[in-house]
Design a protein. Structure first.
Length: 150
C-alpha cells in the first residue's frame, strides 16, 4: 500500500514538473534563450566587457601633494567612492599634455545584477613624478585643481 502511494506521489511530482517546464518554455522568447546560450560565463571569454559596466569613478575631491625633496615629487591624493557592493576600482590612467595632467579613474560592475547600496570610500595616491617649475592643472575625472611649482 505504501509503495503505491509513493509511486502515485512520485508521478504527480513528475507531472507537475513537466507541466511547469512546458509553461516556462512557452513563455520564453527563443531568441533570448539562444543569446543566453552564446554568452560566455562571468569572467570567461573575450566578450566579458559586454557583461560589465565600466564608468568614471565619482570623485569627492583631490589634493596635490608636493614632497619636500629635490627635485620636488608631485603626488595627487584622490578621494572618491564606490556606490554599491558590486562596484570595484577598474583602472587608473594618467596623461600629460603641456601643463595639464589628466587622470582618469574608472570602476567596473556586473551588468544586470542587483547590488546592495553600500557606499564605500576610496582613496588612491597617484604619483606624477618630477615636473619643471611652472603653473599646472590636474584633472581627475571631472574635478580640477591648479598648482604651482617654483
Amino acid at each position: 500500500m505504501k509503495t503505491i502511494r509513493f509511486q502515485l506521489l512520485h508521478r504527480t511530482v513528475q507531472f507537475t514538473a513537466i507541466i511547469t517546464a512546458i509553461c516556462c518554455i512557452g513563455c520564453a522568447n527563443i531568441d533570448d534563450i539562444l543569446n543566453d546560450i552564446n554568452k560566455p560565463p562571468n569572467g570567461d571569454g573575450a566578450d566579458v566587457d559586454n557583461q560589465l559596466i565600466i564608468a568614471d569613478m565619482p570623485i569627492a575631491g583631490i589634493e596635490v601633494l608636493l614632497a619636500a625633496s629635490d627635485p620636488v615629487q608631485v603626488t595627487v591624493e584622490v578621494n572618491g567612492w564606490l556606490p554599491d557592493s558590486c562596484t570595484a576600482h577598474h583602472e587608473t590612467h594618467q596623461a600629460q599634455e603641456g601643463n595639464t595632467i589628466t587622470i582618469q579613474i574608472t570602476t567596473t560592475r556586473p551588468r544586470d545584477l542587483a547590488c546592495a547600496t553600500v557606499v564605500t570610500e576610496y582613496q588612491e595616491n597617484v604619483s606624477i613624478g618630477t615636473l619643471p617649475a611652472g603653473d599646472y592643472t590636474v584633472i581627475v575625472n571631472d574635478v580640477e585643481q591648479q598648482f604651482r611649482l617654483d
